[in-house]
Design a protein around this ligand. Structure first.
Ligand code: ARG
Length: 565
């Protein structure tokens, strides 16, 4: 497909300025509104050398340029050269590409590269709360976006299934636990035990010793300890699976903290050999003063391993196993220091690939609706939120479209999609407040709004039993609303490329909203079925292209695109 930005660069090169092509390309801008053309090139920087006012320079340059094949106009607007793409060529290019390229918008920038995407990373025996939602949906979407660019991705759920807290769990269960109770309501019961243990331990130091004792036995593969731990893990994963199923998320593997702990002794030895360990009050630490970071604890004074040691072992294991180009950790911004330390330690160990480990951090989510808080106090269960969204959607469907087929399935797709969409709407680093009124607003900048535009396009196409045809007369598409869609479609590849490079799903969310809006404007002002045959066919093709891109976008976000709603 023609990249018009490069055609702009060709034109600028014709001016024979003292500037290389790369630099030219980096300066090309997209003007803030369509009246100012499709691309603009600023000329401020030539003012000094040419000793002339920028707007005069722009005027001068424009005088030297002919439109050529690809542009309908080249004008100067103040200190810019503005380029207006030849719409006829653009329409043909874009629509033919949508029809012929199964992965429209992908630039295949990831070909031949392996990328690890670690996300969700829930903690065993703890609830899957709304905080984990973010890691799960952001990570899943990033994984999809990278795959679409032909990266070989490995999606990993790095389970929090190891550490002293499992000593606590085991000890608590042995003291107060009951198998029947746990089987009835696994996560809540395990959480109760954990909370109770913590509370009692704060008054009774002996309990902490017992917990450490049990974790030590677990580390030493004691049969009873391992059996209980495995049981906690199995029932927790069972619970989590329900949520993953609702969200439509899966992983290539669940290699968590416990799995990698088998490599820890090697790591500690390597750290010793590399002279990085220091003793401090019986514990082993690494000093990171030269990175301006606090020291990390590698081994506690009682000999237990730590969270960061497992992460060091994991990173090394991943490099060996996947030879990654990037190793991405989709983890909340609270763990920023932890990942800075991890990367610093890997650097100290002499691994040049430490720089390829990326903490893909994100902000916090809080609930506006305090009523969502559960008995335990602060924990909001993700499953409850998803089910509530589905129920609310069912009510909306009953009101708006009671005869809809497959109501249950569609309600799930819309309800869950709405939650995912809201979560991916802002730059991931921003905190946000979860607000029910916003999430399910069919007229706002929401998931349902985009899904609805997509379903509307589907309905239009299904009604006429749309089939792709040769010889569509694209040149009949002349209305502003039509051209606006084509321009958005043309930009899709750039949007997806930036989303992949910046690991930022919100670029796709925002784009999808813009395209849905543009489509609704087109739908409201350009009649399709009543148009004369050739124009009707051209408009149907435009509808088809829009639907392809809306569906692709929703799917990249991890959201279903129902045909009817
Ligand atoms: N399980 C941890 C938590 O819920 C997140 C794990 C993050 N990943 C890592 N490699 N440390 O807080």
């Amino acid at each position: 497909m023609i990249d018009f930005k490069l055609k702009v660069a060709d034109k600028i090169e014709e001016l024979q300025l003292d500037m290389n092509r790369e630099e030219i390309i980096s300066l090309i801008e997209i003007p803030p509104n369509a009246e100012m053309g499709d691309y603009a090139f600023p000329v401020f920087r030539f003012a000094k050398v040419l000793k002339k006012a920028p707007n005069l320079i722009a005027e001068d340059f424009v005088g030297k340029l002919s439109n050529g094949e690809y542009f309908s106009k080249i004008l100067n607007v103040g200190p810019y050269i503005n380029f207006y793409v030849n719409n006829c060529i653009q329409i043909k290019e874009v629509l033919e590409e949508v029809v012929n390229n199964k992965k429209f918008g992908s630039k295949s920038i990831g070909e031949g590269k392996n990328v690890v995407v670690e996300f969700s990373s829930t903690n065993i025996a703890k609830p899957f709360h709304i905080g984990h939602l973010r890691s799960t949906v952001i990570g899943n979407s990033i994984n999809n976006i990278l795959k679409y660019q032909d990266y070989n991705t490995v999606s990993i759920n790095y389970l929090g299934d190891y550490g002293t807290q499992f000593g606590m769990m085991i000890s608590a269960y042995k003291k107060w636990g009951s198998k029947e109770q746990i089987d009835k309501d696994p996560i809540n019961e395990l959480l109760n035990l954990y909370v109770k243990y913590n509370k009692e331990a704060s008054e009774n130091e002996a309990l902490m010793d017992e917990a450490r004792y049990w974790f030590d036995r677990l580390e030493k593969k004691d049969e009873e300890a391992v059996e209980l731990w495995q049981w906690f893990k199995d029932i927790s994963l069972n619970e989590f699976q329900r949520v993953y199923k609702l969200l439509g998320v899966s992983f290539d593997n669940y290699n968590g903290e416990a799995y990698h702990s088998q490599f820890m002794e090697d790591v500690i030895k390597e750290l010793e050999d590399k002279n990085l360990l220091k003793e401090s009050d019986g514990a082993m630490i690494i000093d990171l003063e030269k990175y301006d970071l606090p020291p990390v604890l590698i081994k506690k004074s009682n000999g237990s391993s730590t969270y960061i040691t497992r992460d060091i072992a994991t990173a090394i294991y991943r490099k060996k196993t996947y030879d990654f180009y990037k190793n991405n950790y989709v983890v909340a911004s609270q763990q920023r220091l932890h990942f800075q330390q991890l990367i610093a330690v890997l650097t100290e160990m002499g691994y040049e690939w430490a720089k390829d480990c990326v903490h893909v951090s994100f902000g916090m989510v809080s609930m506006k609706d305090g009523a969502m808080k559960t008995r335990e106090g602060k924990v909001v269960f993700l499953e409850d939120v998803l089910n509530k969204a589905i129920d609310k959607t069912k009510n909306i469907i009953e009101e708006r479209n009671p005869n809809l087929a497959d109501k249950e399935k569609v309600a799930k797709e819309i309800g869950v999609g709405a939650i995912i969409f809201q979560d991916l709407f802002n730059n991931r680093i921003k905190d946000y407040v979860f607000d029910w009124d916003q999430v399910l607003n069919f007229d706002g900048e929401t998931g349902p709004y985009v899904q609805y535009a997509n379903a509307r396009a589907s309905t239009i196409l299904n009604k006429v039993n749309f089939k792709l045809m040769e010889d569509v007369n694209y040149n009949l598409l002349k209305e502003n609303e039509e051209i606006a869609i084509v321009k958005l479609l043309d930009n899709y590849g750039n949007v997806l490329e930036s989303a992949a490079n910046k690991l930022e799903p919100s670029f796709v969310t925002r784009y999808a909203v813009e395209l849905a809006k543009a489509f609704n404007r087109f739908y409201n002002s350009c009649p399709i079925n009543s148009a004369e045959e050739d124009l009707k066919n051209a408009r149907l093709l435009l509808t088809y292209a829009t639907k392809v891109v809306l569906t692709t976008s929703l799917n990249l976000l991890g959201i279903a695109a129902p045909e009817k709603m």
